[in-house]
Design a protein around this ligand. Sequence first.
Ligand code: GLN
Length: 321
Amino acid sequence: KTRDDGQKKASLDAWVTHYQSYAAKGQNASYIPALEHINSSQLGICIAEPNGTIIHSGDWEVPFTLQSISKVISFMAACLGCGISYVLERVDVEPTGDAFNSITRLEMHKPGKPFNPMINAGAITVSSLLPGKSPQQKLEVLYSLIEKLIGKRPTINEEVFQSEWKTAHRNRALAHYLKETGFLESEVEEALEVYLKQCSIEVNTKDIALIGLVLALDGYHPIRKEQILPKEIARLTKALMLTCGMYNASGKFAAFVGVPAKSGVSGGIMALAPSSTRRVLPLQGEFGIGIYGPAIDEYGNSLAGGMLLQQIAQEWDLNIF
Ligand code: GLN
């Protein structure tokens, strides 16, 4: 590690300590019973650089479930498996300004095509498009892409899965509606099983920082030295993260943070910094960012995590605009 890495680590440590105190203003997601009792004052971050350097701070190693961050991975896997145009015939790329689990606009916008893959309606549809007949086969496609990205086979948090499976009334309603309109390509319960299991995949901030890094590098994995995703899929995914990744706070994030990011209700944020030679110190190249802070705000985004990301983006001049 260089002296620069030491400076970056010292900055992260100071910011994590500072923003941890803001977590008390948020609350854990309680509609998924298993998430309610997690220690809400946690905050951690990991940064992954193309040369393999990993810089971390705070509760960076604590495992948490992907939740909506999985929507990014299933979208990439569906595009890889069926092609971009096939996927985009079934899910649009328009932000909604509605909550992630909103039902209202599906019917208003005939014929009921989901607005984007980052809201639940779109993500459940995308899960049904994954190659394979059974939920197990579809999940296998997802697991193998994740394994390529993070270098280890992912596992599911069974308690979180069961907890959500039993209470997923709204997601069931969305899936039934999507089945009726013909956008869902598998049976309702099967699509839900894939979607809720992908949401229950356990990761830590380093894992999602690595995925962010591969996206920052347009699909190239610098450690495997391999192009994992075509550039077109990586760019489309980043555009969706920027416009829809933080739900109905995506506009504010684009305006005040200015990097592609995707959150999940368990408190994770996967973000990335593209390359910029105009940036001042300490980082000019691309890097991936993983953040975890389970106390979320009214939009469903990690409260302290979002503030931490904003601070980093400002201090390190990451804004893509
Ligand atoms: N599993 C969650 C749900 O479907 C994911 C939502 C989220 O992270 N915003 O409600």
